[in-house]
Design a protein around this ligand. Sequence first.
Ligand SMILES: NC(=O)c1ccc[n+]([C@@H]2O[C@H](COP(=O)([O-])OP(=O)(O)OC[C@H]3O[C@@H](n4cnc5c(N)ncnc54)[C@H](OP(=O)(O)O)[C@@H]3O)[C@@H](O)[C@H]2O)c1
Length: 299
Amino acid sequence: MMKILITGANGLVGKKLTRKLASNKNLEVIATSLKKIYVEGATTFTSNLLNADINHMVDDIHPDIIVHCAALSSPDACEVDRFACHRMNVELTKKIVSACIDYHVHLIFLSTDFVFDGTKGNYLEDDDPNPVNYYGESKLEAERLITTSGVSSTIVRTSLVYGFEPKLSRPNILTRVIENLEKGKAYKVPSDQIRTPTYAEDLAWALEQVCLNKIAGTFHVSGQEVTTVADFAKQVARAFNLDENLINPVSSSELNEAAPRPRNTSLQLNKFKSAINYNPTPIELALNKILNYRIQIQT
Ligand SMILES: NC(=O)c1ccc[n+]([C@@H]2O[C@H](COP(=O)([O-])OP(=O)(O)OC[C@H]3O[C@@H](n4cnc5c(N)ncnc54)[C@H](OP(=O)(O)O)[C@@H]3O)[C@@H](O)[C@H]2O)c1
């Protein structure tokens, strides 16, 4: 039976993936997170990976695959604490790469559309990266150390992942819109940032396929509709029957965030689509599914 170790299992991507893989009876799933979590069908344990003996952990578990989702994933947090960002996104990845080489483990690394500068859009995997913020720089540095190390690997670059899970440690665009609008609060969103938002369940499905088919290389895996963050936020408001007039589209400069954001990081999916039969859920349908899931788990 294939054994898969997932890091960052309390994050949006890690949690969806742990659930997805744990429901596959042909996989043995071990998931680690900072805070204790319970996922039916998976073995979970807590670990601060920054203090862990990664070699010992990998030797002990001996997985076939590690899906490394743990990261400092807030661009603003990375910008203000570059040291912490480098430690988490680069140095930890380096230790994981080294353990994967020693124990013959395939590594799946979650990377980002923020490796691009956003001047072009519709990015291909081979387009030149040129990050505009430190988060993007750190993920690119991690990508490069993976690809030059010789480790068996898959790099999955994704974009603006949205979804709902109870007790998520970090909000995402969807939960932010809902939280603000349900309280009747106006919410400022950038009208000049163009993305291909990713339904978290689609990403989990795609990662499962990567595991099952041992697909190696660098791939763009996101949704396929190109939209501004503001238009996406309005779509969320409409789907959740909230007042879309509370969405306040502003330019990025008005948001005054610590990390600069790339303008258009929409991703081209053809390479991944030809590797597997990937057909991302249309946003409108995905939002309806999330609405139903939220009702189902809250009742
Ligand atoms: N979400 C997006 O839009 C997006 C877009 C592009 C790429 N990505 C990449 O996809 C991956 C997953 O993203 P995500 O949205 O699921 O991020 P997330 O919600 O922030 O999850 C990252 C997880 O890493 C954990 N973590 C942080 N420091 C740790 C440590 N020292 N030891 C152990 N675990 C630690 C966090 O634990 P706590 O929960 O306890 O803080 C968190 O659960 C990341 O690599 C991210 O860079 C995400």
